[in-house]
Ligand binder design. Sequence first.
Ligand code: NOJ
Ligand code: CA
Length: 563
Amino acid sequence: MIDDLWYKNGVFYCLSVGTYMDANGDGIGDFKGLLRRLDYLHGLGVTAIWLMPFQPSPGKDDGYDISDYYGVDPRYGTLGDFVEFTHGCQQRGIRVIVDLVVNHTSDAHPWFRDARSSPDSRHRDWYVWADKRPASASKGMVFPGVQKSTWTHDKEAKAWFFHRFYDFQPDLNTSNPYVQAEILKIMGFWIQLGVSGFRMDAVPFVISTKGAKVRTPVEQYNMLRSLREFLQWRQGNAIILAEANVLPETDMEYFGMDGDRMHMMFNFHVNQNLFYAMASADSRPLAKALKATRPRPASAQWGLFLRNHDELDLGRLTKAQRDVVFKNFGPDKNMQLYDRGIRRRLAPMLGGDRRRLELAYSLMCTLPGTPVIRYGDEIGMGDNLDLPERNCARTPMQWSMEPQAGFTKNERPCSPVIDKGPYGYEHINVAKQRRDPNSMLNWTERIIRMRKEVPEIGWGDFSLIATRDPAILAIRYDWRNNSVLFVHNLDEKPREASFSVGLAGDEGKHLINLLSEDHSEANNRGKHTLMLEAYGYRWYRVGGLDYLLKRSDIDGVNANHPE
Ligand code: NOJ
Ligand code: CA
């Protein structure tokens, strides 16, 4: 396969325009501000931006309640500003993917307003209705504790409507061919304005059967193929990154056996087990999760993330495992959310411990997939637990020591800037960290640069290397006649790791450290012995630094017998 599938070996960065930078002074981030910050993102080295919803919206779910799919919310700017932004990205070689939120609309959307107005209205069948309260109304809530039901009575419609999420987000009837045609039109529109694809919201719900009579929703996977076909025809290199927190058994249904469905999926399974590994210093369940999510078509990729704008969902761990993560990373009830997760940012979760932050980032960058960074995590931003639900981790970006962290000249930003405690903007900000060669920001920039120089992770096959110590995770990738090896110590104590690289002949004798001068030579039985400090990590090239001279043009060339 030609290795120019850009998403296979990139570094993604996720941000919402409203909390990034405010250029017109109304306290709300906007596209003009974001455009001015593109050089920052270019310098950081990210290859793609995932832009969260920015379309007109009542804003009751941070924009995931859209009331017009073909516009820009006036608070953020105009369509003209949007195109300036995608053009600015293109000039810098940065791709843009935008959210595709089509499981539901806002209840303020004209389609829903029309639908509720009469049973004969044009859009009635665009939503999901019932005359009586369905028996399943108290089941399947996505936000337990906050959301009371999945069906709500609408006075105007004189009927009940289905909503998988909050009651102001009526579900679209995605089986309706008119709705399906409209979804394609929405994709076509944004593609035309310069985006390279979509982060598709709530995919399992979009494709599942919906209705009062549906007892067990069934996913209609073939719908994914028609989305893909349309997209690929309109723009050959555009992608869909699916948000689907599903079990590994169904991963291939989402990717498609022939790689004909989703290009990328977030790896929620690895995400949860990764946090468990960091909390327990036991890498075994993580190793199992890596193996369980190994199968994927050659053209598909995982999105590897630590934190995002939602809670850290631990719903798929065992209760005992979840309790360990809660105890270590979110012990107070106020830090937890929806009975299943933690709503904090990464840095406070890890106690602001730089060693643990680097370990977490190093893992995210070296596990199979493309890393997806949450804005602000590159400087170790904190959270504000006084804000409700997930808003605690959606505070404005901290740029400098200027008032309001340099985010806005307005005294009342849309969300309060963190200005107290160790994560206040006077301590944690971009301007300060840029001047400090040892800052988190400069470390992140260097690790991103190195990550981009190791395409073996994105493209190669991996093997987990046995070390007999559960606190150590060692993983090797092989691709086009080269190998790389990564070793992580999850424990708070130093650990000695002893292993053989697992390649035939003399191949694994020399390990060249990519981040420091301590290289490793195998003993005469072919074993390496490393002393890893607490939370230590190592990135190695196997063999030597002549890897680019050794690289073959096709896959499957034996390391011992190059072309
Ligand atoms: C998933 C999004 O990540 C979340 O923020 C949102 O609330 C729901 N989908 C509903 O759109
Ligand atoms: Ca503004």
